[in-house]
Design a protein around this ligand. Structure first.
Ligand code: GRF
Length: 207
C-alpha cells in the first residue's frame, strides 16, 4: 500500500477528489494516512476530519523564526512515514530539506499546462487571468514531481481544457478543476501506487 500525505492550504477540493477516488476504487493500493495544512481555518482540514483521516495544522504564525516552522513542517510530514507527499493547493515555500528528502516522492498540481503560466507568482486566479489576457484557446492542468525550482520538476500528467468565449477567471478556474485537476491528481497517485511511473534521464513516463 502506498502511504500518502496530502498537504493543503485552502478549500481542499483536490483533496476531496483524492478521497472520493480512493473510496470509489479509482485509486487502488493507496492509503491516505494524513493531511497537513498551514492554515487552521482551511476547509480541507474539515474534509479530512469527515473522512476520518488524521489532520494537523502547522502554521508559520506559531513559530518565531522561519527555520523553526520548517523543522516542524518536516517533522509533521515524517511523522506519517509517507511513501508519497501530494501538494494539493499547498501555498507555502517548501523547506529545502523537505524537497531533498522526498525527491521523486513528492508531486504537485498546477492549474496550467506547464511550462505556460507557471513559476513565481503564478498561483490561484492569477494563472487564469493571465491565460485569458493572452487570449489562449486552450489551458489545462499539470501534475509534476517537485524539485528545488518553482513548478520546474519533471512532468507526470497533463490534461487540456478549452477556454470558452465569455469566460471569467473564476469560471475558467472551475472548469480547469472539474475537467483536469480533479481527474489527473487522483490518476497520478494511482499510477504511482501501481508501479506505472518510470524515471528515465530526468523525464517521467507513465505506462
Ligand atoms: C488548485 O487550483 C490547485 O491547482 C492550486 O490551488 C488550488 C487548490 O484548490 N495549486 P483546492 O484547495 O484543492 O480546492
Amino acid at each position: 500500500m502506498l502511504k500518502v500525505v496530502v498537504m493543503v492550504s485552502g478549500g481542499g477540493t483536490n483533496l476531496q477528489a483524492i478521497l472520493d477516488a480512493a473510496d470509489s476504487g479509482e485509486i487502488t493500493n493507496t492509503e491516505i494516512v494524513g493531511v497537513i495544512s498551514n492554515k487552521q481555518d482551511a476547509y480541507a482540514l474539515k474534509r479530512a476530519e469527515n473522512a476520518g483521516i488524521p489532520a494537523i495544522c502547522v502554521s508559520p504564525k506559531d513559530y518565531a523564526e522561519r527555520v523553526q516552522f520548517d523543522e516542524a513542517l518536516l517533522a509533521a510530514v515524517d511523522s506519517f512515514s509517507p511513501d508519497l507527499v501530494v501538494l494539493a493547493g499547498f501555498l507555502v515555500i517548501l523547506p529545502e530539506l523537505l524537497i531533498q528528502n522526498y525527491k521523486n516522492r513528492m508531486i504537485n498540481i498546477h492549474p496550467s499546462l506547464i511550462p505556460s503560466f507557471c513559476g513565481k507568482g503564478y498561483y490561484g486566479l492569477k494563472v487564469h487571468k493571465e491565460v485569458l489576457s493572452r487570449g489562449c484557446k486552450v489551458t489545462g492542468a499539470t501534475v509534476h514531481f517537485v524539485d528545488e525550482g518553482c513548478d520546474s520538476g519533471p512532468i507526470l500528467l497533463q490534461k487540456a481544457v478549452e477556454v470558452k468565449y465569455g469566460d471569467t477567471p473564476e469560471i475558467l478556474q472551475r472548469r480547469v478543476m472539474e475537467e483536469a485537476e480533479w481527474q489527473i491528481l487522483p490518476q497520478a497517485i494511482d499510477r504511482i501506487a501501481n508501479g506505472k511511473v518510470l524515471f528515465e534521464n530526468g523525464y517521467v513516463f507513465v505506462k
